[in-house]
Write a protein that binds this ligand. Structure first.
Ligand code: FCB
Length: 435
């Protein structure tokens, strides 16, 4: 442990999202979200489950805050369910919904834990979906209204507000390949949706800035490096395109006010419809960038594509374990963009080991080593959030994949610390002692 030192003021955290943990999907006036509807569509969720109860965090949040406190982390990242606070995605606010987040935020603050709020972790109000969802430009304005209200109520109590979590997933998995809600398979729609997500981010930033809240404002992107599988020109070109379509597609508009040329050319007639002034709205200064890192892209034109060498193995999701990709990614970002402080807002692994999850400890440790390497080379990273606090509803995988450092028995809702939770707690203590 001693060879790994992060700065004394480095922020340690853990994360969840609303739909994955809250349950209470129809309580206290909550409206239906696209994930409620998607789960009820046969065949969409591998184990046929849904978010009706999940980790019952809506009722057990106090116990969960106690667990967070016992881990000794500084911060907890969670998301607000838009449908809890505005059931139809426009019009009336639901006070009972806001009251839940009041209780949660106050409970965290009482324990001295900093709340890191995400406004949109994929659970669009179904009522807005029925009007076209993120394909409808009007949804961007509805999102800005919601952001304004959330920031007005919570902006002085939470440390940070992120507009979106992983808009790449919303666009490409929600509208491109149908893996996620709302389940469309229309790649052209996915491109337009990605533009609307970025626009909604910019509009929300403007709306929140107007309030001059104390909270730091930014966005959370999922990112990876893209490596060619071989030295061939075709694999190299594929890797370059992959990086342009994923990382640069979201970073360039935010930091440079334009889409990357290579990806635009690739989209051709499916390039997004951009209204004059949109790019200026998207290119708002942000106070922080949240980076979620799980794996790299390994790009092969062969069919079937070549698999990566898997020197460190795979997680239970089948994802390659590739910690050095985190160093490479951060160094690349630093070279390409005028970055604000970065937080690693998600990193972690799925593992089926119920309690003695040494593989998760090794995974987290290796990624922290990779992170420290990037920081030694000048990347300004301020914090790390381990995904996830609890085993939870892992989207189309249902409850079959477990990312928690705390085990959840879904029959009894009993929470049990896994070895990784104990390790994380001791590791954080040791980091502070070394400070
Ligand atoms: C990320 C999501 C998060 C969780 C992890 C495993 O893409 O943001 O909700 O599902 O993956």
């Amino acid at each position: 442990m001693n060879d790994l030192r992060l700065p004394p003021d480095f922020l340690w955290g853990t994360a969840t999202s609303a739909f994955q943990v809250e349950g209470a999907s129809q309580e206290d006036g909550k409206g239906l979200s696209i994930w409620d509807v998607f789960c009820s569509t046969p065949g969409k969720i591998k184990d046929g489950s849904d978010g009706t109860v999940a980790c019952d965090h809506y009722h057990r949040y106090r116990e969960d805050v106690d667990i967070i406190a016992s881990l000794g982390v500084d911060a907890y990242r969670f998301s607000m369910a838009w449908t809890r606070v505005q059931p139809q995605g426009k019009g009336a606010w639901n006070e009972a919904g806001f009251a839940f987040y009041d209780r949660l935020v106050d409970a965290l603050l009482e324990k001295g834990k900093q709340p890191y709020l995400t406004l949109y972790h994929w659970d669009l109000p179904q009522a807005l979906q029925e009007e076209g969802g993120w394909l409808n430009r009007d949804t961007c304005y509805r999102f800005a209204d919601y952001a304004h209200e959330a920031a007005r109520r919570f902006g002085d109590r939470v440390a940070s507000i992120a507009t979106h979590n992983e808009p790449w997933c919303t666009a490409n998995l929600g509208y491109g390949n149908g893996q996620f809600a709302p389940g469309f398979t229309d790649p052209a729609a996915a491109v337009q949706v990605s533009h609307h997500l970025l626009l909604s981010h910019g509009l929300a930033m403007q709306a929140m800035r107007g309030l001059a809240t104390k909270a730091k404002l930014g966005i959370v992107l999922n990112q990876w490096t893209a490596d060619p599988a071989t030295g061939s020109e075709a694999d190299r070109a594929l890797a370059e395109l992959e990086y342009a379509r994923s990382v640069q597609w979201f970073m360039d508009p935010i930091f440079k006010g334009r889409y990357p040329e290579l990806a635009l050319r690739h989209h051709g007639e499916h390039a997004p419809n951009v209204v004059a002034g949109d790019m200026a709205i998207i290119q708002q200064p942000i106070d922080f960038l949240g980076v979620n890192y799980y794996f790299r892209a390994f790009c092969s034109v062969e069919q079937p594509p070549r698999t990566p060498p898997l020197e460190n193995g795979r997680t239970d999701m089948g994802w390659e374990i590739y910690p050095q990709g985190l160093t490479e990614l951060l160094l690349k970002l630093k070279e390409e963009y005028p970055l604000p402080p970065i937080y690693i807002t998600e990193n972690g692994m799925a593992s089926s080991t119920p309690q003695h999850d040494g593989e998760r400890i090794a995974f987290v440790r290796a990624h922290l080593v990779a992170l420290a390497k990037a920081m030694e080379q000048g990347v300004d990273v301020r914090g790390y959030f381990l995904w996830s606090l609890l085993d939870n509803f892992e989207w189309d995988s249902g409850y079959a994949k477990r990312f928690g450092i705390v085990h959840v028995d879904y029959e009894t809702q009993l929470r049990t610390l896994k070895d990784s939770a104990v390790w994380y707690r001791d590791f954080i203590t040791a980091q502070r002692a070394n400070a």
